[in-house]
Write a protein of this length. Structure first.
Length: 369
């Protein structure tokens, strides 16, 4: 009954002649309370996920190492775009870049913008000194000069050549007497270099200087020792460390393979086993073939782990020796011929300033300033 009124119960009541229609709730819901109001939807916006701030190149380098002595070296200056590098606090700077820029010559890295502007030798930073950081970071400032300024400097770089050392002021006896520098003289030489405002170029800097790509001040000097004699380790190396003067020890690796005695000593090759007379009485390096020389130099490299520069045994060399060094990957070689390195010097025939017994401080000052 009451078809067409779906889902609704209609009750008719008669009271005092009046008909009242009462609409009840949905069928089967007699006496039910009205539906509760729907819950209100939240109007709060969702909390956004924070986007992490990208790490700077310096931060990325530090994040990628667990070495507590690691230090980020950054480079800045006009025309400088070199990426930061990791170095080790307390060790010598290694492999600092030498930027190139059209029409200019790089003039080195400096500890401050003011030092860079003044080309101050005292503020110039290179691989002759230890890395010193603040909060694991340090910034170096680049400088440039014109090719005309570079040429006008007319730098003449002396490579000092020492051999053996003696504690005797009167020197040693015998035919090698001249090779033995008195250690008191050597101490005076190193003190003069350390306190006299000299710049100590690294070998890669010397190479770039020869090419005309790097400015070196005329007040520069390189210290070397031939043979790595025991007196070098016992007497001279402590003096080098005392004055913090970068020095290169040319080692005959068939006879000595000692580790560096301190951080200021670079080990480079004096050949592996060519410091002997060959068939004609001259050194083996001018008697052997290119493959023989290459094999010897590779044996030396396997000990030292670096090529870069070598010293000819007895100072003997020829075109065959030079070609063998090129093929073996050596860029430079030091002779015993007297002279100074200048722009354009033959890299495989670097001259030297020989230091003999009896050469005191005045003699060295006359040679290097």
């Amino acid at each position: 009954m009451f078809a067409g009124v779906a889902g609704v119960v209609v009750v008719l009541a008669v009271a005092a002649g009046t008909v009242t229609a009462i609409a009840m709730a949905r069928a089967g819901a007699v006496d039910a309370e009205p539906d509760a109001a729907p819950s209100a939807l939240s109007t709060e916006p969702p909390t956004p996920t924070a986007t992490p701030t990208p790490l700077t190149p310096e931060e990325q380098l530090l994040a990628g190492t667990d070495d507590p002595a690691a230090c980020v070296v950054s480079f800045t200056g006009d025309g400088v775009g070199d990426a930061p590098v990791l170095q080790t606090q307390g060790q010598l700077y290694a492999g600092l870049p030498i930027p190139a820029r059209d029409g200019l010559v790089f003039a080195g890295w400096y500890a401050s913008a003011g030092d860079a502007a003044a080309l101050a030798i005292s503020g110039r930073v290179n691989g002759s000194e230890p890395v010193a950081c603040t909060d694991r970071r340090v910034t170096l400032y680049g400088a440039w000069v014109s090719p005309e300024q570079n040429a006008a400097e007319n730098a003449r770089i002396p490579i000092l050549m020492y051999h053996q050392f003696t504690p005797k002021p009167e020197g040693e006896s015998g035919w090698l007497r001249g090779n033995y520098a008195y250690i008191g003289d050597f101490d005076a030489h190193m003190n003069h270099i350390a306190t006299g405002g000299f710049y100590l170029p690294t070998w890669d800097e010397l190479s770039a200087f020869i090419d005309g790509r790097l400015f070196l001040p005329n007040h520069s000097v390189i210290v070397t020792d031939d043979d790595a004699d025991q007196t070098w380790f016992d007497l001279a190396a402590p003096v080098v460390e005392k004055y913090k003067v970068l020095a290169t020890s040319f080692m005959i690796t068939a006879y000595r393979q000692d580790p560096p005695p301190n951080i200021y000593v670079l080990r480079r090759s004096h050949t592996h086993d060519m410091h002997q007379a060959g068939d004609n009485g001259d050194g083996r390096i001018v008697n052997w073939s290119i493959p023989e020389i290459v094999a010897d130099m590779e044996a030396s490299y396997s000990v030292l782990g670096v090529k870069e520069v070598m010293a000819y045994p007895f100072g003997h060399y020829n075109d065959t020796a030079k070609e063998a060094l090129r093929q073996a990957g050596w860029e430079m070689a030091r002779t015993i011929e007297p002279g100074y390195v200048t722009i354009g010097t033959d890299k495989l025939a670097l001259p030297t300033v020989r230091i003999n017994y009896g050469m005191g401080l005045d003699a060295v000052i006359n040679l290097i300033g």
